[in-house]
Design a protein around this ligand. Structure first.
Ligand code: IDP
Length: 141
């Protein structure tokens, strides 16, 4: 299995619920390592740029206003198969469809306020990691 890096965001709803630590614990228990981390209150421009692929979707405005509604925790996770593993830990986009025991099943309240983001492919992981972190901000372990 290949060692990969993926971008994780703990979204404003989960930060407001004070479950940052519980979510990071799930990553660590699954043998994903945090190799970069910061708390950011995204600007409108940052959120729009990050979600540019969804620009034409009807929910884009709501997504950007939600993602700028409070601080988020942005992290780079590293480990075997990290991209798919993180998506499995997260669960389905809509928490009503998320498997029991996933982060979204346990902490998300709606499809908008769905607790976490995770890169969905190697290409998006590369783009998303470099969107938030310079090479000198990532600490290989
Ligand atoms: P993902 O976060 O599971 O990868 P994406 O399809 O990339 O899901 O969508 C990005 C984010 O946009 C979702 O996490 C969710 O917060 C929001 N979103 C996606 N689809 C809808 C929708 O149909 N209505 C409202 N928000 C949506």
């Amino acid at each position: 299995m290949a060692t990969e890096r993926t971008l994780s965001i703990i979204k404003p709803d989960a930060v407001a619920k004070n479950v940052i630590g519980e979510i990071i614990t799930r990553f660590e228990k699954a043998e994903l390592k945090v190799v970069a981390a910061k708390m950011v209150h995204l600007s409108q421009e940052q959120a729009e740029g990050f979600y540019a692929e969804h620009k034409e979707r009807p929910f884009f405005g709501d997504l950007v206003s939600f993602m700028t509604s409070g601080p988020v925790v942005v992290q780079v996770l590293e480990g075997d198969n990290a991209i798919a593993k993180n998506r499995e830990l997260m669960g389905a986009t809509n928490p009503k469809e998320a498997d029991a025991g996933t982060i979204r099943a346990d902490f998300a309240s709606s499809i908008d306020a769905n607790a976490v983001h995770g890169s969905d492919s190697p290409e998006s992981a590369e783009r998303e990691v470099s969107y938030f972190f310079g090479a000198d901000e990532i600490c290989p372990r």
